[in-house]
Design a protein around this ligand. Structure first.
Ligand code: ZN
Length: 281
């Protein structure tokens, strides 16, 4: 099953890539607010799996918003691929990797224009993003997928000067300029994948591939992350987790490379879809 946020309204996506409005189809049983569905996720899944979808309406990707536009918590994981840890100059973390937030104001839909901070070194990080479907606190690894509503594509856009300046790194601030957390285009439920633990992801700048990896190479997989994070704090329905990026970011290149005025960044996870960001100075 695929859902999306179309112009602020929750929609189901048909096999023909058209949209069906959930509030209308359910005759008001489920609200139009895309974030509200996660609080009733099991009920929504049961309803959606029992209905026959009508034809739906075509739409433009630019009209899609974030699948979880008002998450209470946004967690993001650093150094969660071996090759990215190496290019960043760090050893593979022993135990929990770095965990930070992207502040809620930077979350957007999949097709956007993003302003580059003045004097910055703005970098790209394609990531698999999970959205929590049911309350998860001190969850065992083997039960963790049951708490995932679905998966989407995310870009953990990062301004490296702000991120790395000062007496201690400012990960959360450097990764939270406006528009720095595009997500989408759809939320895809785990059962829709042959193996939700092995998806290809990557991104390209102006058509040139810069990152390509597989989520089977995550040091801490989706279920392990849920177990480790929920050992510390509860994850609630609608919370989102950026799971980390593979190698190929600008920071790790020789010479280093940053996004510049006019660049177009296209990011994808196979089986989910793509994000498209145009950068402006
Ligand atoms: Zn990241």
């Amino acid at each position: 099953m695929r859902i999306a946020n179309l112009s602020g309204r929750l929609v189901l996506i048909t096999d023909q890539d058209t949209a069906v409005d959930v509030e209308q189809l359910s005759e008001g049983r489920f609200a139009a607010d895309p974030q509200a569905v996660y609080a009733r996720w099991a009920e929504f899944r049961a309803w959606a799996s029992a209905i026959t979808l009508p034809a739906g309406v075509p739409f433009a990707a630019a009209d899609l918003g974030a699948p979880a536009p008002a998450a209470r918590q946004i967690l993001a994981i650093g150094l969660n691929y071996r090759d990215h840890a190496a290019e960043s100059g760090f050893a593979v973390p022993d135990g929990l990797p770095p965990v930070f937030t992207k502040f809620a104001s930077c979350v957007t839909g999949p097709v956007t224009d993003v302003r580059l901070p003045d004097g910055g070194q703005t970098d790209w990080e394609v990531e698999l993003v999970m959205v929590i479907g049911t309350y998860a606190y001190q969850v065992a690894e083997q039960d963790a997928w049951d708490h995932v509503a679905g998966l989407t594509v995310g870009q953990d856009i990062s301004e490296r000067r702000t991120q790395l300046a000062g007496p201690a790194p400012q990960f959360s601030l450097g990764k939270s300029y406006p528009g720095f957390a595009p997500t989408g285009p759809y939320l895809v439920t785990p059962d829709a994948f042959a193996d939700p633990g092995d998806l290809q992801l990557g991104c390209a700048i102006n058509g040139e591939e810069v990152q390509k990896g597989r989520t089977s190479d995550l040091l801490l997989s989706v279920p392990v992350l849920i177990a480790r994070l929920s050992a510390v704090l509860p994850l609630s329905p609608g919370d989102i987790v950026f799971t980390g990026t593979p190698a190929g970011v600008g920071l790790g290149r020789k010479p280093q490379r940053w996004l510049t005025d006019g660049d177009e960044l296209v990011s994808y996870v196979t089986g989910i879809g793509e994000l498209r960001q145009r950068f402006h100075s």
